[in-house]
Design a binder for this molecule. Structure first.
Ligand SMILES: [Zn+2]
Length: 113
């Protein structure tokens, strides 16, 4: 379960505490704190087509041991992309522009404070 809802933030003005999704590495289980330090990975068949479509997340340094622990030596194949790439694909696949994401972020911040 690589994306988790956690409760790390106590609201500064005594309101209801804030929950926040975080991405955790499927190998070491630690939080991936920067998109540039993470990958998302998925298993593919011999033709490069996704097998299940399920995504896994790893620190870049954990990618190789993750693959070794998940059958690479036995012939399972894995593809990966940088986690930062996912942040580009998701808004597009959800019909949302970067401007809409930024506007929504401002609205969330205003609402939280
Ligand atoms: Zn890791």
């Amino acid at each position: 379960m690589p994306i988790k809802l956690v409760l790390p933030i106590n609201h500064p003005r005594g309101r209801k505490d804030l929950t926040c999704p975080e991405v955790h590495c499927d190998y070491c289980q630690e939080r991936i704190k920067s998109a540039r330090h993470g990958n998302y990975e998925w298993e593919v068949d011999e033709q490069g087509a996704p097998t299940t479509g399920q995504m896994c997340f790893t620190h870049k340094l954990c990618s190789r041991p993750f693959r070794q622990a998940n059958g690479e030596a036995e012939g399972r194949h894995w593809f990966s992309m940088e986690l930062a790439d996912l942040l580009v694909f998701l808004p597009r696949n959800l019909s949302t522009s970067p401007q809409q994401v930024a506007a929504h972020e401002r609205k969330m911040i205003e609402h939280a404070l």
